[in-house]
Design a protein. Sequence first.
Length: 246
Amino acid sequence: MKKQSLAVTVVLLVLLSVTALADTGRYDRPIQQAVSQKMHAAKQLQNVSSDVEDGIVTLTGTVSLYQDKLDAAKKIKKLPNVSGVRNDIAVAGAKVPDDQLQQKLAKKLAYDRVGYFDNTFNYLAVSVKDGVVTFSGDAYWGAAVDDAIALAARMPGVKDVVNDVKVLPVSTFDDSLRIRTARAIYRDSVLGRYATDPVHPIRIVVDNGHVTLYGSVESSMDKTIAGVRASGVSGAFSVDNRLVVN
């Protein structure tokens, strides 16, 4: 009896697996039709092809901008019965030298968060190799990272984007330390002029009580004074002065 029960159980499991696979794949044809319509309707996606298997859509072909590649996947994910998207689209737009692309992105990045509260408290660096853009550094919150990626995605010459930015943990203690450190630096009679240049501020990154200063200053004295002012703020566990003298 036990052998018969085991055999029946195995048969039922096989039938269930076959049924599940059949249910998954039965939407492939309508999905393929819907995907084709989406690609045909978007001018920037005319060179994109698709294949559907068990509800998973694989996109191939070429686009001009990295943003077009992202948009293609977003469009497909919204379609009914799509269980996943493999985005194998290649960005085949304009070729821009890496150093030139990096300079353009760095300039746009410097101006991106001007006027926002978190501008002084973010430090984002950008590097480019073979058209692949990598963002690194620390961000007060995710909005700064999203903005940086959006800038790169719309820039001709960008083939891919890698996000290595750390979004700093939420902390009322760190927030208080950020504000007090900023006041100590910018209220100094020598360093006050950096407060009037929102594009190139002395950037103050605080992570669990540890303060790091980034940016560029005009003299070694300015760098030293900034480090002294930051070290004089109560509550900081350490201060790492990484300011660069122009």
